[in-house]
Design a protein around this ligand. Structure first.
Ligand code: ATP
Length: 371
């Protein structure tokens, strides 16, 4: 069992800067947890505290039920894979992979099968005699993974391991790490600023900003049920559309009214937004929930409005269309059925079943469903 518990952890650096505030989360045994957030949000600091590379100012960290606050990194039974690979340049791949075992005084005869097995798993058996400079970025990253695997740690920690790779290789390595996680069945904590990595790889996402955790949930729950505007905007690409407007009640029905359009709000949202009737709110709607009204719309509660088509990006599998109504802009991901005409009006359908409402002051999501 290798559960990791981070309990009310703070980090104040020597210069007095508080990089991490009251961070608490659990990585269950064998779980793949991703800490994600914009640059400077404190995710690397959190990971480094778990690794023991950074002192904890306040709070507790447990690895496999053992308090590790004052335990040095080498005794924490973790392996860390860094963004810059951190391979020893003068050693071969084999030597790089076996180094930690050698330090532990593992007998040579035992080291060899362990290295060979890891090399096979990562498909780098043919590279064992090479030096790091004779490898591609992707191969170096595999060696860095191999070096972590041979130590058979209780927990793997990854700090932006794919950020030095080109886009295509990143996609490939994403799938490889997911597969590796499945095969090794080990707890993994992974830091990235890339929301796509978080969405595609994680069992659970921890979303951070300015040193605080904003939301912890499965990728799909975070996507579909964001706790606030930051989370809604950070997860998803193109980003969620945001409309500034007001909720009004006319003859017992609620409407969302902007300077350029007015749409009825389904009754099912009434309880959640009751406190904001007559007040300004932000309505969020994801680009895939905006449809071309001419075609069979998948919208569950379609409401049509007219928008001007500004830019069309034909992606092959879809059109990403930039639209405007008055001074409101939005993005739609449309089926590539008929190319919308630029600078022409387009009747679009908003799926009002999928909208989220946010308080413009607190940025909290009024329609967030608590677990
Ligand atoms: P990135 O994606 O850019 O690596 P991050 O979310 O991992 O960002 P951290 O590296 O954890 O962020 O840094 C969090 C904050 O702490 C940042 O504002 C950073 O400038 C600050 N910070 C990091 N190391 C130190 C240090 N040694 N002394 C003072 N402040 C630091």
């Amino acid at each position: 069992m290798a559960k990791v518990v981070v309990n009310s952890v703070d980090k104040v650096y020597e210069n007095g800067f508080k990089a991490v505030s009251s961070v608490s989360f659990v990585a269950e045994d064998k779980e793949f947890v991703i800490l994600v957030g914009p640059s400077g949000c404190g995710k690397s600091t959190t990971l480094r505290m778990i690794a023991g590379l950074e002192e904890i100012t306040d709070g507790d960290i447990f690895i496999a039920d053992k308090l590790v606050n004052n335990i040095p990194p080498k005794d924490r039974d973790i392996a860390m894979v860094f963004q810059n690979y951190a391979l020893y340049p003068h050693m071969t791949v084999y030597e790089n992979m076996s180094f930690a075992l050698k330090l532990r005084k593992t007998p040579k005869a035992e080291i060899d099968p362990i290295v060979q097995e890891a090399a096979k798993l990562l498909e780098i058996e043919d590279l064992l005699d090479r030096k790091p400079k004779q490898l591609s970025g992707g191969q170096r990253q595999r060696v860095a993974l191999g070096r972590a695997i041979v130590r058979k740690p209780k927990v793997f920690l990854f700090d932006e391991p794919l950020s030095n790779l080109d886009a295509k290789l990143r996609v490939q390595m994403r799938a490889e790490i997911t597969r590796l996680h499945r095969k090794l069945a080990t707890t993994m904590i992974y830091v990235t600023h890339d929301q796509v990595e978080a969405m595609t790889m994680a069992d659970k996402i921890v979303i951070m900003k300015d040193g605080f955790i904003h939301q912890i949930d499965t990728p799909l729950n975070v996507y579909n049920n964001p706790v606030n505007l930051f989370v809604a905007g950070f997860i998803g690409s193109p980003a969620i559309n945001q409309f500034n407007g007001r909720i009004d009640e006319v003859n017992g029905s609620l409407s969302f009214i902007t300077a350029s359009f007015q749409v009825p709000i389904p009754p099912e949202f009434r309880t959640a937004i009751q406190s904001h009737i007559g007040k300004n709110v932000i309505m969020g709607l994801r680009p895939e929930d905006v449809y071309d009204a001419q075609y069979d719309s998948m919208a569950e509660i379609p409401v049509n409005i007219t928008a001007l088509c500004d830019v069309v990006e034909p992606m092959g599998n879809e059109y990403v269309v930039y639209l405007s109504t008055g001074d409101t802009t939005m993005i739609a991901r449309l089926d590539p059925k008929k190319l919308p005409q630029v600078e022409q009006d387009l009747l679009i359908s908003l799926d009002m079943k999928k909208v989220h409402f946010f308080d413009p002051e607190t940025q909290d999501c009024l329609t967030h469903k608590k677990k």
